[in-house]
Design a protein around this ligand. Structure first.
Ligand SMILES: *[C@@H]1O[C@H](CO)[C@@H](O)[C@H](O)[C@H]1NC(C)=O
Ligand SMILES: *[C@@H]1O[C@H](CO)[C@@H](O)[C@H](O)[C@H]1NC(C)=O
Ligand SMILES: *[C@@H]1O[C@H](CO)[C@@H](O)[C@H](O)[C@H]1NC(C)=O
Ligand SMILES: *[C@@H]1O[C@H](CO)[C@@H](O)[C@H](O)[C@H]1NC(C)=O
Ligand SMILES: *[C@@H]1O[C@H](CO)[C@@H](O)[C@H](O)[C@H]1NC(C)=O
Length: 687
């Protein structure tokens, strides 16, 4: 069944009628035909064409210019100005617009200083030349503190790095650790591990960066004072010294530093020679030693935590036939500095999609399902704006959200990257075949993506690094995340400006245009297709790969039979669903019965992903409910699925073999049951 099929052509309809045409059925047909005509003056193809032809790099550039005039860190007056700008843009387009505020705990720096005490004297280490109102380089939610101690180099700060240092006899306790980013761990995890190893403070730098990478070191997502519920003004808030709040914060102070500062420190170290395995990517430093000392660092960080108001902005395009089904497009608006790449390239794309949807509306189009454009605040602090909103709207999202399509940084360089839950893989590929490639003449985005190193690979959304996390990992909403470009050197620095965008990131805004194309068309299909374009066979096949990988990893000791059995069942359910869809399309009749049947099939397709949620959540992170995709602690495995099982395997390593088996088997059973729940949602019947 081609997923593009929508309304059966009106002229062919009598052929699909099973019964001889009675006067009555002719009459009904007439009604349906006119109904279809009235409600769909736009056949889907013309909607696509009109959407694509309304692309405009100049409007996107103008939006980005405007959004990035000033730094707009969440909770500041400049951030509120960007909220008003977005709201005003939506309103000018005559879209139904509203703002949702939350009062949440944010964190700002007051003062920091760093100096090196060498044999020849004490010298200040200047971190970054700060222009006017750009915030100091800092780690949000780092505790304040002053540490005067020897410096030691910790490489990426992974478990294996501490093992190596310990083998070499390097004592890190009480030292100030210098860590390079890039070992696959979050900032928070790096600092926590350092603290666990007795390190007194952490300095982080990012090789290849121009400027200093700010970031959050808060654990988990959402407002720390309202864990699990929306942080509405006047609502319940935990006290700052509540244990649940304190466990979200790191225990030792940390701060990001520039590559230059890191180099100066590294070059002054003595002690043990840098281990061979670490050297390769450090070559440019000409480094010899890891310390500790003889250099002593005098490091001070003073910050404050403040309850501040944040603002999410929404534009809603009501569905004409299923207004109670939601297709959500989201991007955050708050930035560490000017945010030209992160995140306002995505905001500019969102604003342009609004402009183009408004154009479609003026030409008579209305989506079948409701489309919601979401502009989030305070993502940089830990997905706060989106998480609070998801928590506050959980019941309605659970019963009515079809999909969430995220774009954070839209354009940061060449090359298309996309992550998705697997039932959306087919749709993503189809759409990228319709959108022009931004970096070559007369090819489609798909062709370049397919031929690139990534080979058209779709990533999975286990990371907790943008606003899809609450939607997928907490609420079980099928999700997509996409961007152009890999790592970029101004990430979270004062140089992430409009100027960098037009010099390096996307000089002609063609990559922005490509992202708006894919993003906007994905939403159009999800909003307009009569049957949701979800393929659960793809999901089941992906799960099979995960189960086989795990099975190989675990060997004979643990059986994954229950998971394999559940997947088989999901495969059958997915096939059966395809049959039912075909059947429905073959016998589509003109009465309300078909509409209702279609609605029932769509509900099953929509709710299947929710089956992967487990109300108990992941062990030790109960907010994360999704058992297929979510965060885990074991970065060495590099697995981006079955987070609970991955964690159980590392946890169990310390146990005796009987306990070990029990711990792992429990997680295996939980996954099997999750898949079973998904497949019974897809079947749609009771046991
Ligand atoms: C949100 O906050 C802004 C700024 O304080 C205020 O103007 C606006 O009325 C608030 N909106 C709602 C819905 O409370
Ligand atoms: C002092 O020593 C440090 C570390 O060895 C070195 O980087 C710096 O250039 C020296 N400064 C002066 C003024 O000699
Ligand atoms: C460390 O730096 C702080 C702030 O600059 C300064 O007040 C303090 O005296 C210094 N401590 C030592 C031991 O040099
Ligand atoms: C838009 O694209 C055209 C064609 O490549 C280019 O000439 C123009 O400079 C671009 N506009 C902006 C604002 O980058
Ligand atoms: C769904 O995916 C499966 C497996 O990837 C594929 O064989 C099948 O053709 C797809 N179904 C549809 C309707 O596209």
């Amino acid at each position: 069944m081609p997923l593009t099929s929508s309304f059966p052509p009106i002229t062919k309809m009598p052929l699909t009628q099973k019964h001889p045409c009675t006067l009555l059925s002719i009459f009904t047909l007439f009604i349906l035909a006119s109904y279809t005509f009235i409600h769909h003056p736009h056949p889907p193809n013309s909607t696509t064409t009109l959407f694509l032809s309304s692309a405009n790099n100049a409007t996107i550039a103008a939006y980005l210019r405007r959004l990035t005039l000033h730094p707009h860190l969440a909770g500041t007056p400049q951030a509120f100005q960007t909220a008003l700008y977005v709201k005003n843009h939506f309103q000018t387009l005559q879209l139904s617009t509203h703002m949702t505020n939350y009062t949440t705990l944010l964190s700002y720096p007051i003062h920091s200083s760093l100096s090196g005490v060498y044999r020849n004297g004490t010298f200040a280490l200047f971190n970054e030349y700060i222009k006017n109102d750009v915030v100091l380089p800092y780690h949000a939610y780092s505790p304040s503190g002053r540490v005067y101690s020897k410096a030691v180099f910790l490489n990426y700060g992974r478990k294996e790095d501490y093992k190596k240092l310990s083998v070499l006899g390097v004592e890190v306790k009480g030292c100030i650790g210098l860590v390079r980013r890039g070992g696959g761990m979050s900032r928070n995890a790096v600092v926590e591990m350092a603290a666990d190893n007795g390190v007194a403070a952490v300095l982080m730098y990012t090789e290849g960066n121009i400027g200093v990478e700010r970031g959050t070191v808060m654990k988990g997502v959402g407002d720390p004072l309202s864990p699990g519920w929306g942080a509405v003004e006047g609502g319940e808030k935990l006290e700052l010294d509540d244990e649940q709040v304190l466990e979200r914060f790191t225990k030792v102070p940390s701060m990001p530093v520039s590559v230059e500062v890191a180099q100066t420190i590294l070059r002054s170290l003595g002690g043990c020679v840098v281990p061979f395995e670490w050297r390769e990517s450090l070559r440019s430093f000409g480094v010899g030693f890891v310390g500790p000392g003889p250099t002593v660092l005098n490091f001070t960080y003073e910050g404050e935590m403040k309850v501040a108001t944040i603002h999410n902005v929404f534009a809603v395009i009501p569905g004409s036939e299923e207004p109670d089904r939601y297709v959500l497009l989201g991007n955050h608006r708050d930035a560490w500095t000017y945010g030209a790449v992160d995140p306002n390239s995505g905001t500019a794309a969102l604003l342009d999609i609004a402009r183009r949807y408004a154009l479609l509306k003026r030409s008579g189009w209305n989506p079948r399902r409701t489309i919601v454009l979401c502009s989030w605040d305070a993502e940089e602090f830990g997905m706060i704006g989106s998480s609070e909103w998801v928590e506050q709207n959980l019941v309605n999202l659970d019963s009515k959200a079809v999909a969430y399509l995220n774009v954070d940084c839209a354009a940061q360089g060449p090359g298309f990257f996309v992550g998705a839950t697997p039932q959306l893989d087919d749709l993503v590929r189809q759409i990228t075949k319709k959108v022009k490639d931004p970096d070559s003449e007369s090819t489609r985005a798909y062709e370049n993506w397919k031929s690139a190193k990534k080979d058209g690979k779709i990533q999975r959304l286990s990371g907790v690094d943008s606003d899809f996390a609450p939607f997928l990992q907490h609420a079980g909403v099928p999700s997509v995340d996409m961007y152009y470009g890999g790592e970029f050197p101004v990430y979270h620095t004062a140089f992430d400006s409009y100027d960098w965008m037009i010099r390096v990131g996307d000089p002609l805004f063609h990559r922005h245009v490509a992202v708006t194309g894919v993003w906007g068309l994905l939403a159009l299909r999800l909003a307009d297709d009569p049957i949701l374009p979800f393929n659960y066979s793809t999901y089941a096949e992906e799960l099979q790969v995960y189960a086989s990988t795990m099975s190989n990893l675990l060997g004979n000791e643990i059986s994954l039979r229950s998971i394999f059995v559940a997947i088989e069942d999901l495969i059958c359910a997915a096939k059966q669903m395809q049959e039912e869809i075909k059947e429905l399309e073959r016998h589509e009749t003109s009465d309300g019965v078909s509409l209702l049947k279609r609605r029932m099939l769509n509900d099953r397709l929509m709710l299947t992903e929710r089956g992967f949620l487990d109300p108990m959540g992941l062990q030790g992170r109960k907010w994360f409910k999704h058992l297929i995709y979510g965060p885990h602690n074991n970065i060495e495995t590099r697995l981006d699925f079955f987070p609970g099982l991955v964690d159980a395997i590392s946890r169990a390593a310390k146990l005796d073999s009987r306990e070990r088996k029990a711990v792992i088997e429990h997680e295996v059973w939980r996954i099997a049951r999750a898949i079973q729940r998904a497949s019974s949602a897809l079947r749609g019947g009771l046991s």
